[in-house]
Design a protein around this ligand. Structure first.
Ligand code: ATP
Ligand code: MG
Length: 410
């Protein structure tokens, strides 16, 4: 016997019964984001590897170990692990800096990371995201954050918002030196993993679970205390606007995002309704990214949230499947086929019994589908049954659709 074929590790099939909840989320995203003037964009699942090497940062976990990369001729391509860098690449490629700014975009699609699969963590997962490009106003930061909080609220996710600011690259560079010096001075108390990454990514030390490291980090200098005046002012204004919107947040000076491109505002949303993988979404400002990808200097701000985790946390009961107006039973002949076709052209939801069921079986199936009417050909006429009342009568063939459209009753 040959080996059983399965979906690859860390991936899953989205089955018909899963779509009600996913469609509801997509509709909600379109409603919430569309109402604020964000327009949908979709970039390819594949990008030149350079987009992520430059756009996400060579020292990040994503680029170092999580990307699916392969050669195509002389090109190196990568399955997109995130959406911000591709959207910025598209912004540059299509000259969107010539449009009215900021350009406000949203997306929903599949992303790929080579991770250890576990509950809420997949190798192919879906994200919904937002990017606002071309304005460095604090109002943009606040609006973008509020949109995520609103969408999550609408989806029934109870979330905690953590917020911080990373300042400018210059502030960060100076702070990085200061933090590295501090970590080196205390290196004997750090975990081996953190010690090895002092040069590469010292900020990650704030994320460590190791007790000794945590003690050291409790006394570490905080970036938030090193912001220059304009970044401080920007952060204060973002906070003030969130207060105006009635959005609750916690300022967390140790917040570290897994991507290199962030400047100023960063934020993360977690939910207690999830287990170990508590991150629902996150994002921030990336004022240098578009330029890094070859475009004009362009500030940007955005977020991405995981669809699986939103659905897991929200636990929304999937909506009812689309009801059926007319179920055509007992036969797949020309008359039945034409009847179902005609009903659909008239705007009805019509299903033809393609299972060769008996009368009893057909009525059972029609019941299961919640069909309003069942019809079957009977000599020159058609028997039409109102499933609600149980009433049944013979109607002329060309009056069936009109009768169903007019319903209820016969
Ligand atoms: P985590 O800390 O869980 O690894 P992350 O910081 O890598 O998350 P981001 O890059 O900020 O995540 O992506 C935004 C959101 O996308 C996350 O908050 C999460 O909901 C979702 N996400 C990220 N990676 C995965 C994955 N492998 N499987 C499912 N969802 C994911
Ligand atoms: Mg991750």
């Amino acid at each position: 016997m040959t080996e059983k074929l399965q979906a690859p590790r860390g991936t899953y099939d989205v089955l018909p019964e899963d779509f009600a909840a996913r469609t509801a989320l997509e509709a909600k995203a379109r409603e919430v984001l569309g109402a604020a003037g964000y327009e949908r964009i979709e970039t390819p699942a594949l990008e030149q590897t350079e987009v992520f090497a430059r756009g996400v940062g060579a020292s990040t976990d994503i680029v170092q170990k999580e990307m699916y990369t392969f050669d195509e001729g002389s090109e190196s391509l990568t399955l997109r692990p995130e959406g911000t860098a591709p959207v910025c690449r598209a912004y540059v490629e299509h000259g969107m800096h010539k449009l009215a700014q900021p350009v406000k975009l949203w997306y929903l699609g599949a992303y790929f990371r080579r991770e250890r699969p576990q509950a809420g963590r997949y190798r192919q997962f879906w994200q919904v995201g937002v990017e606002a490009l071309g304005s460095d106003e604090p109002a943009v930061d606040a609006e973008v954050v509020v949109l995520l909080v609103t969408l999550l609220g609408e989806m029934g996710v109870e979330a905690t918002l953590r917020l911080s600011s990373l300042g400018t690259p210059a502030t960060r560079a100076a702070y990085r030196d200061e933090l590295q010096a501090y970590l080196r001075a205390n290196s004997d108390r750090l975990s081996a993993e953190v010690r090895e990454r002092i040069d590469l990514n010292p900020l990650r030390a704030f994320d460590a679970d190791h007790p000794g490291t945590r003690e050291v980090m409790a006394g570490a200098p905080k970036l938030l205390d090193r912001l220059d005046a304009s970044d401080r002012e920007h952060f204060d204004e973002v906070r003030r606007l969130l207060d105006v919107a009635g959005v609750r947040y916690v300022v967390d000076p140790t917040l570290v995002r897994g991507l290199d491109y962030y400047t100023r505002t960063v934020f993360e949303v977690t939910s207690e309704q999830l287990g170990a993988q508590s991150g629902v979404g996150g994002g921030g400002r990336y004022d240098g990214l578009v330029e890094e990808l070859g475009g004009p200097p362009t500030p940007g701000m955005g977020w991405a949230a995981g669809i699986e985790r939103i659905l897991l946390a929200g636990g929304r009961a999937p909506g009812a499947a689309a009801p059926v107006d007319l179920y055509v039973a007992l036969g797949m002949g020309e008359t039945e086929f034409a009847l179902a076709h005609e009903a659909r052209r008239a705007g009805l939801r019509a299903q033809l019994d393609l299972g060769g069921r008996s009368m009893k079986g057909a009525l059972k199936q029609a019941n299961r589908l919640g069909a309003r009417y069942v019809a079957w050909v009977d000599g020159a006429g058609v028997q039409l049954r109102d499933m609600e009342s149980g009433e049944q009568r013979e109607v002329p063939r060309d009056e069936v659709v009109r009768n169903v459209l007019r319903g209820p009753g016969l």
